[in-house]
Ligand binder design. Sequence first.
Ligand code: NI
Length: 165
Amino acid sequence: MTPIDATFSLVDHHGAAVTEQDYRGKWVTVFFGFTHCRMVCPRALGRLTTALDELGPPADKVQPLYITVDPERDSPEVMRAYLEGDHPRFTGLTGTPEQIERAKRAFRVFARRKDDPEDPDGYAVPHTAITYVLDPDGAYATHLTDGLDDKTFTERLRETVTQEA
Ligand code: NI
């Protein structure tokens, strides 16, 4: 796999403008999704939280990011409320639709709005379910697919973030 570009210019869930440069010095995980997601995101965010809890002290050097593919609904305030309750390790990132499209292209993430009668607003945004890991210099290190079993996911994350930079 050709390394991804791994760049973005977005707004964090406190309303501050951020780029990938702001997280230099930490391992960064990047997962794209949307807060109305009923299955994929809750499971992915919960699994990463559990994996980091199991890592112990090395987890302090990991910053999980959650980038919305639904910027119309996922304002900084919405993302903050969503993450603070159940996934406090995460920082949520949003932006203008153009900023989100650029971030999706940089990470080669696919997501497109489609009708969903079970959603209160009538739509969902099915999305790629890959956890990207960037090294402390901001470069692509590896990616963890949704299909990995929990034990393998945790071990691969541990091997990645505990290697010598
Ligand atoms: Ni999702």
